[in-house]
Write a protein that binds this ligand. Sequence first.
Ligand code: THU
Length: 167
Amino acid sequence: MKIRNIKIEIEEYENTDSLPKQDREMLTSATQAIDGSYAPYSEFHVGAAALLDNGELILGSNQENAAYPSGLCAERVTLFYAKSQFPDAVVKTLAVTAKADHYEIDHPITPCGACRQVIAEVQNRQEEKIRVIMKGETGKVQVVNGIEHLLPLMFREEKLKRSRSKK
Ligand code: THU
């Protein structure tokens, strides 16, 4: 047995003022996207913005449902819309932020596990890493350059459809 350590890297910024301009603009768009959130059950409104290499800026938000599991997170709404409208476009950056009805979110909102897996699939379909920018309502901002920093040991099976005879 051996212990293997995996290194992940997270950029941390004290606040939005210290962010590169484009990241700041992405967070402004993600904040605007919160307006489209439908979250009467959790009262937790999430906005996301995806910048594509064709210049398109896609906004999305969480969409809940009375049958709870039928709802979808902002990140997946945004990426599924982006890739269905522009299947060949490269997703350069994804920004995520949130606002709760009854308290202040003072820490970065990081994508849930299912959303990380979806971000991974999108990144794996393209050659470029996705820059993920994460912020709450106030407080520090975290940024990763590539989903591997949020999802080490991701499920990525390129041989799913191979037969036993062909290795
Ligand atoms: N949610 C997101 O949209 N993105 C996240 O990264 C975390 C959670 C949504 C799902 C649900 O509508 C609400 O936030 C509370 O979990």
